[in-house]
Design a binder for this molecule. Structure first.
Ligand SMILES: Cc1ncc(COP(=O)(O)O)c(C=O)c1O
Length: 423
């Protein structure tokens, strides 16, 4: 809060497409999709229309003993996107809750199968899965975790496959194999006690946009199957087309046992999250006994308005062939960002689908400590919403940038970077 003495809160009045407008008439290009949620622009007319219709039909009804059309159709559409591999959806409202659900469901499913000793979780260095107590237990980002360490159940935290760790000319695939070996070693020893491995497929976002090879996902799938351990893919940030396929796991041609979605699934409109899972996990809870059932309820679970926003979002994907369009847009943005990629103060310039990131080479420790805040403040002056993670600058824009927006984004990003790095 004290930082706002120097960088005051921006009071947003309205949004339109990729732009946000404040009460003083300033505009900002939302280059980070308002924390990675907005896919098709602010106040999108197609999502707005769908919501207006839903509002006059059903705003909310509890999802216990009751169901409704938007949640049923959404579940069926999502299941079809996995070719039926993940045919069951469990709903909540935010990403952290989806992670809690996946962890609890994994543990409880093993217990129902007589494997109650499987109580431990495996996560990755630099991984982020949310900030509720269970999710924080599998998160390895010190700034969010440290203060609460005493409250958390320890997890096994293994080497990330982050391709930047390449030694002696190793390829990204080789780094992935090296990281997978560490997982194999742990599973050889402790698989009987391990419930699930949780990872962010392809891009560890909040930990600093660390990118890795899809080979790692193939290895995790293989090892989890061999050792009878669940694979939880947290696609809360990387799902919904962000990496180039609708689901990031599709880059590796594998399906996890649990897939968490949130953020972009409602187009960035309303809080919605869900966990998709397989038939065998569902079957492990199917019983006359309530104690064997999966009891996890939130008041707004499967809210019809949020589900309707998600259906409108999926319709845009279908009608506009968004994944193909994004390939063209991503090329355009990469071309525009090319001068930054070769900037002498830029390291590890990287891209995956609609995510771009680089590490600023900041030698001065005082500048490094304040880099993110300075960058954010300077970007606002240049009509850009960008919030670096430490000294990692990234953009993750909505999928609706025009050519001129893309040019604007790249030009202003470079101006801000030069201004901050030379401070
Ligand atoms: C990969 C991942 N998992 C979980 C979460 C938590 O989602 P929420 O902020 O909606 O609780 C986030 C949020 O940034 C995330 O990036």
């Amino acid at each position: 809060m004290q930082h706002h003495e120097t960088v005051p809160l921006v009071a947003v009045q309205r949004g339109s497409g990729p732009w946000l407008y404040d009460h003083d008439g300033n505009r900002y290009l939302d280059a980070i999709s308002s924390w990675w949620v907005n896919l098709f622009g602010h106040a999108n007319p197609r999502i707005n229309d769908a919501l207006k219709q839903q509002l006059d039909t059903l705003e909310h009804a509890m999802l216990a003993g009751f169901t409704h059309e938007p949640v049923v159709v959404l579940s069926e559409k999502l299941s079809a996107l996995t070719d039926g591999a993940l045919g069951h959806c469990f709903y909540a409202s935010d990403g952290s809750s989806a992670v809690e659900i996946a962890l609890k469901m994994s543990f409880h499913s093993w217990r129902n199968q007589g494997l109650g000793s499987k109580q431990e979780f495996v996560c990755l260095k630099g991984g982020y899965h949310g900030e509720t107590v269970g999710a924080l237990g599998v998160t390895d980002v010190p700034i969010f975790r440290d203060a609460y360490d005493a409250l958390l159940k320890p997890a096994h935290t293994l080497m990330s496959p982050d391709a930047r760790q390449s030694i002696e000319g190793e390829s990204a695939d080789q780094v992935a194999l090296r990281a997978a070996k560490e997982l194999e070693t742990l599973l050889l020893e402790r698989a009987a006690h391990i419930s699930a491995v949780i990872i962010e497929p392809l891009v560890q976002c909040a930990g600093g946009m660390a990118m890795h090879s899809p080979v790692y996902l193939q290895e995790v799938r293989r090892l989890c199957t061999d050792f009878n351990v669940h694979f939880i893919a947290d696609e809360i940030a990387v799902g919904c087309g962000r990496t180039g396929h609708f689901f990031a796991c599709q880059h590796a041609g594998v399906w996890p046992d649990f897939l968490c979605l949130s953020k972009g699934i409602s187009g960035g409109y309303l809080p919605l999250s869900l966990v998709m899972t397989r038939n065998d996990v569902y079957a492990s809870f199917y019983s006359d006994s309530i104690a064997r059932g999966f009891l996890h309820s939130h008041s707004y679970t499967g809210n019809p308005l949020a589900c309707r926003a998600a259906l409108a979002t999926l319709e845009i994907f279908e009608q506009d062939d968004v994944l193909a369009q994004n390939r063209v847009l991503a090329k355009r943005i990469s071309n525009e960002l090319a001068p930054l990629a070769t900037h002498e103060k830029v390291g590890h310039f990287r891209q995956q689908g609609m995510v771009w990131a680089f590490d600023a080479k900041v030698e001065d420790t005082k500048l490094a400590a304040t880099f993110s805040l300075r960058f954010f403040a300077s970007a606002l002056k240049h009509e850009l919403l960008v919030r670096p993670i430490g000294t990692t600058v990234y953009v993750m824009p909505p999928y609706v940038l025009s050519d001129s927006d893309a040019g604007f984004l790249a030009e202003r990003l470079q101006t801000v970077f030069d201004e901050v790095i030379r401070a």
